[in-house]
Design a protein around this ligand. Structure first.
Ligand code: ADP
Ligand code: MG
Length: 472
């Protein structure tokens, strides 16, 4: 056992013998400095702590240390002023000892905003705004509906029911709408909570026979936002209570916003009267966004986190993420973290490795090629041409010729693209290499490849494989 581990274990034994507060005050930023000839030397960051601990805790420290190492006969305390500087690195992190206690305290609370009369809302996450929600064709409608509800709460988009799979931005939109309503009307009572929490409150109220108070309380709300209402399924008495609250709010033109993981017609175990209430206003589906929108989201998240990542890497992530935006963000954050740890610029191979780990079962476009690649040295146009011909199984004459059929035109365009982007040759030079074509022909070919990359899965795969072969 090294000194740090030894001291951590000693503190673990000491912790239950004194109060939490005192333990934190006196044993934060402390370390075992040495154990020599039966003497344990403990370092403390201040003279004050040295005197105090020596006075009050010497015996307890000795006992805890002796349990681990019976050869220790004596403890001395020394001042090591740098111990409270994290850069010193010798001090034990007592969070691992007191961590559990902290966690259990936290569970009940969470961050909440209280409106009086027992009305509480979960605090909004300021990261979620309508402005930083990236809009593409697949999520334009839900976004527009939220904007409308925020600008005119209780209007025609009431209730607003947003549904879609996990990690597609439902919570983001709901919270952003709440934040926007509060911006327009800072005194409004905007309550945001998960349907699960709402059910817990209802059950509590029923148990204490407080249902009247419960109803009265929610009647004062200006906007009620319930996230994940699928939680109401099969909770019949909760549904009953919610039904009344819903009608009260609705009749007074208070805005109701609801999210759900499926459409109202697919909801099971929820009273049909309630389901029909859900559909009285606007029902919109949030879909998994298309490639361009996913890419735009990645660019936005990079800006948000202040990191710069090559567009090609972002395209690869956007292309290969097929499920949720949460997954997309998760991969990006891992890429950032890993490249920071390794102090390198993220490469396609690094990203592919991360994605492979996360998606054990799924085939990732480009991965297979990366794995089985045989690197070769690609130095000039000739090498690229050879490589492309081999990859597409065409001859050099076919590559350089004028046959416009796709099987020849595509390799030709890809070849030009690689020469431009990877070898940095000018359009003019590439034109000359391709039997004297003009520079505009080459320019068009390169642009064609770039635009096709967004929709053509096979093309991306081919390009990744070729680049990999070039050692990129
Ligand atoms: P859901 O509630 O549908 O499970 P979330 O609202 O928690 O999903 O979204 C997951 C993550 O994806 C959040 O960090 C959110 O900010 C982000 N996100 C989803 N859609 C978009 C979008 N169109 N623009 C920006 N971020 C988005
Ligand atoms: Mg959510």
């Amino acid at each position: 056992m090294d000194l740090k581990e030894f001291w951590l274990n000693s503190l673990k034994r000491l912790y239950p013998t004194i109060t939490h507060q005192k333990f934190v005050s006196w044993f934060k930023n402390t370390a075992a400095i040495s154990i020599e000839k039966g003497t344990l030397t403990v370092g403390l960051p201040t003279t004050f702590a040295q005197n105090w601990v020596n006075d009050k805790y010497k015996i307890k420290v000795l006992q805890a240390a002796q349990e681990l190492n019976p050869e220790i006969e004596k403890v001395v305390f020394e001042v090591h002023a740098t111990l409270d500087n994290p850069a010193d690195g010798r001090a034990v992190n007592i969070d691992v000892i007191i961590g559990k206690k902290r966690k259990s305290r936290k569970i009940s609370g969470g961050r909440e905003v209280s409106y009086g009369d027992g009305l509480k809302s979960k605090a909004f996450n300021p990261r979620y705004t309508l402005n930083n929600f990236i809009v593409g064709k697949d999520n334009r409608l839900p976004h527009a509906a939220c904007m409308a509800a925020a600008n005119m709460p209780g209007g025609i988009y009431n209730p607003l029911f947003i549904y879609g799979g996990v990690g597609l931005g439902k919570t983001h939109l709901l919270q952003a709408t709440g934040i926007e309503i509060l911006k327009n009307r800072p005194d409004a009572k905007v309550i945001y909570m998960s349907a699960e929490k709402f059910v817990t409150e209802i059950v509590e109220a029923i148990g204490k026979r407080y249902t009247k108070e419960f109803k009265a309380k929610y009647r004062n709300v200006d906007c009620l936002i319930l996230d994940d209402v699928q939680f109401f399924a099969r909770k019949d008495s909760s549904q009953q209570e919610f039904f009344h609250t819903f009608d009260d709010l609705y009749n007074f033109n208070k805005q109701i916003l609801i999210s759900c993981d499926r459409s109202p017609s697919e909801l099971e175990g929820i009273d049909t009267r309630l389901v029909s209430r859900f559909t009285m206003g606007m029902v919109v589906e949030l879909l998994f966004p298309d490639f361009e929108t996913r890419l735009a989201i990645l660019h936005a998240k990079c800006r948000e986190h202040g990191v710069i990542i090559d567009s090609e890497i972002l395209e690869f992530i956007a292309y290969n993420t097929q499920k949720s935006i949460r997954e997309l963000e998760g991969i990006l954050l891992q890429v950032v973290a890993l490249s920071q740890i390794q102090n390198t610029v993220p490469t396609l191979a690094l990203v592919a490795g991360i994605m492979k780990k996360l998606n054990k079962s799924k085939e990732i476009v480009g991965i297979q090629e990366i794995k089985t690649e045989t690197k070769r040295i690609v130095r000039d146009s000739d090498d690229v041409m050879d490589m492309v011909c081999e990859h597409f199984n065409i001859t050099r004459t076919e590559l350089l010729g004028n046959d416009r059929r796709r099987e020849f035109a595509l390799p030709r365009q890809i070849c030009m693209y690689l020469m431009k982007n990877e070898l940095d040759h000018s359009y003019e030079k590439i034109g000359r290499d391709f039997s004297g074509r003009t520079h505009t022909t080459v320019l068009h070919a390169c642009n064609k490849v770039v635009s096709s990359m967004k929709t053509d899965e096979k093309l991306v795969r081919d390009l990744n494989a070729l680049k990999k072969e070039m050692g990129l």
